[in-house]
Design a protein around this ligand. Structure first.
Ligand code: ARG
Length: 619
């Protein structure tokens, strides 16, 4: 209901100006918080449902500058408001509460009209970014997420990045931004020296035959190479020479490198396919041609300082324990570049205009919170170097650690790191077992295709939802039992709400929005909506919050806000459905309530879709 909120804000502001024409000047003279707009209705959602829909607290801050009791000020504003026919069309007569709060309640016919508009709108009331910008298509947004490292296993941290990043990308896409989903894989660096050296020694045939090694081996392979590197000096120097050859573009070294990348890529892709994640790979190696220019330009800008042989930029406002400013190292003593150099080159490329860049307006990085200072440093240096345009926005979206139920780092019972494949398998297996138990209890007969489909959907949804529904900043305790529970803020609970509504349709409720008189072929005519029960109004008010929730997720990049909303919506829906007859109600209540059922289901489907979770018709 953001558009209603904006309209009300305008009406309140105008009423305040009419009530106190002298107030603007006066408040400005006293030094209002924001000179130029000293009058602020301070409009927000009501703090309690019994106060109505909105609450305007602006009268209170006018008390001092005007030297009048705030209730009297509120009274004067309300008088002006009631003289405005546009306001009276929106709201019931306002109530003044406490020291001078103005409580506003939308008229039932207005709420009904909003419901009717949502029923006819596939976007369910959420405008596109272009709608808001007068039709202008917004600049692309880069979402840099997942980003595992070649030849290493993708771990639970990467899973978090993948799930959160995908959700943010989906929300931004829904809002109509062109989104670049970039997989900044770690596909370059000195570790390839040892990997290639090891490969050439133990599996020279891999360089002639495709598919001679697979990633199951490749992770072990990484460990072997690392062990040799740590022990064997000859191996170390061979590895160093190999890095030089690789950087110099030696064809055989490049071939070995490409082979290792391809093997990893295939394993990663299996996880992405299972989770329905789309990503464009653009690894660190992509930026190799731009690294030298980054350092050169920093030097030309007078920002580069050579400290102990390394090329550094000293950060402003960031100092170490000794109180001295901390450097961001961009060129190592041996002349090589590092993670930060690559990220600077990437940031510059992403904001640069095409064809030499992505022309992004916003760049979002989804990684563990441990990389916060890295990104803060990179962002600062890029800003100072002028690589981020004035309105360009950069966000690091940090998240906490994934822990086991013991509060320690997530490990297998044997104490090993958990492989993602195994983790997803286990979620699906447990969902499968839960489902079979439930079918048995309910005496239901279902075929194996149904069971496999439901178990896979529920298992994967549970993993995603458990991650998305906690505030990402905090560490997150991984618990199969909790995430698969049918009650509480879980994926199964939400999926079940959708199934419940689908069941209403199966039992004869026409959820398509057509009145019973509408023929099968013609466009369904909208039902005449009539609402009377408090449970209906509660559900309507919940349904109409969706646009504000999406705006919040976009601004704060917090998927848990969307999860909480969908959970509350399901609860309010269930209360409505348990307490008010739907199929057995008389007209016009029957079709009006069915319309609410349909809108609830559409919103849950859309919302879960934005979380990357497909819904089920039966489960
Ligand atoms: N490969 C890194 C890791 O595994 C994450 C990369 C994140 N993206 C970036 N542009 N630095 O920790």
């Amino acid at each position: 209901m953001l558009s209603v909120l904006h309209a009300l804000n305008g009406q309140l502001l105008a009423a305040m100006e009419r009530a106190f024409p002298e107030a603007a000047a006066q408040a400005a003279a006293i030094g209002g918080e924001s000179p130029g707009q000293p009058l602020d209705p301070q409009l927000g959602p009501a703090s309690k449902p019994e106060f109505g829909d909105f609450q305007a607290n602006g009268a209170l801050s006018l008390a001092k500058p005007l030297g009048q009791p705030p209730r009297q000020i509120a009274q004067a504003i309300v008088q002006q408001l009631e003289a405005d026919p546009a306001f009276s069309a929106l709201c019931e007569p306002p109530q003044i509460a406490g020291p001078g709060f103005i409580n506003l309640t939308l008229r039932p016919e207005r709420l009904t009209a909003e419901v009717a508009a949502r029923l006819a709108d596939p976007r369910l009331g959420v405008p596109t970014a272009a709608d808001e910008a007068g039709g202008q298509v917004p600049a692309p947004v880069v979402v840099d997420f997942s980003s595992p490292n070649i030849a290493k296993e993708m771990h639970v941290g990467h899973l978090r990045s993948t799930i959160i990043g995908d959700c943010l990308a989906r929300v931004l896409e829904f809002r109509g931004y062109p989104v670049l989903r970039l997989n900044h894989v770690g596909d370059w660096g000195t570790q390839f020296g040892m990997l290639i050296t090891h490969l050439k020694q133990v599996a020279p045939e891999a360089l002639d035959t495709a598919d001679a090694v697979d990633l199951g081996d490749l992770v072990a392979f990484y460990r072997q190479a690392k062990a040799r590197f740590d022990e064997d000096e000859a191996f170390q120097s061979a590895s160093r020479e190999e890095v030089v050859r690789l950087q110099g573009g030696d064809p055989l070294s490049l071939k070995a490198w490409a082979l290792l990348c391809e093997q990893s890529r295939r394993e990663f892709q299996k996880i992405y396919d299972r989770l329905d994640i789309r990503l464009s790979e653009r690894g660190e190696s992509f930026y190799n041609p731009y690294l030298q220019a980054v350092v050169d330009d920093l030097r030309a800008a007078g920002m580069l300082v050579v400290d102990d042989g390394a090329g550094c930029v000293f950060l402003e406002g960031v100092s170490g324990k000794d109180g001295k400013p901390l450097p961001l190292i961009v060129q190592k003593r041996d002349g090589g570049f590092n993670y930060a150099t690559t990220d600077l080159a990437a940031l510059r490329y992403r904001f640069a205009q095409p064809p030499a860049g992505d022309g992004a307006g916003r760049v979002i990085y989804v990684t563990d919170a441990g990389q916060a200072s890295h990104f803060a440093g990179v962002f600062q240096v890029a800003r100072r170097a002028g690589w981020i345009p004035p309105h360009g926005r950069v966000d690091h979206v940090p998240f906490g650690l994934v822990q086991g139920e013991d509060g320690k780092k997530l490990k297998t019972r044997a104490g090993d790191t958990v492989r993602l494949r195994d983790l997803l398998d286990e979620a699906v297996e447990r969902a499968d077992a839960d489902l079979r138990r439930r079918l048995e209890e309910e005496g239901r007969q279902e075929d194996e295709t149904f069971i496999a489909h439901v178990a896979t959907t529920v298992g994967l949804a549970a993993v995603k939802y458990a991650d998305l529904s906690t505030n990402r900043i905090t560490n997150y305790q991984f618990s199969f039992d909790r995430m698969l529970a049918l009650t509480g803020n879980t994926a199964p609970y939400l999926l079940y709400a959708v199934v419940r509504i689908a069941g209403i349709a199966r039992r004869g409720g026409d959820l398509k929005g057509g009145s019973s008189s509408a023929g099968g072929s013609g466009p369904a005519s909208a039902p005449t909506l009539h609402f009377s029960e408090p449970q209906e109004w509660a559900l309507i008010r919940e349904l109409l919050r969706f646009d504000a929730v999406i705006a919040e997720v976009e601004a704060e990049l917090l998927p848990n806000r969307l999860c909480s909303y969908l959970f509350e919506l399901s609860q309010v829906f269930n209360r409505f459905y348990d307490q008010v007859p739907v199929l057995k109600a008389d007209e016009p209540s029957r079709s009006s309530r069915l319309a609410l059922c349909r809108l609830s289901a559409d919103m849950l489907r859309l919302g879960l879709g934005l979380l990357g979770i497909p819904t089920l018709e039966r489960m």
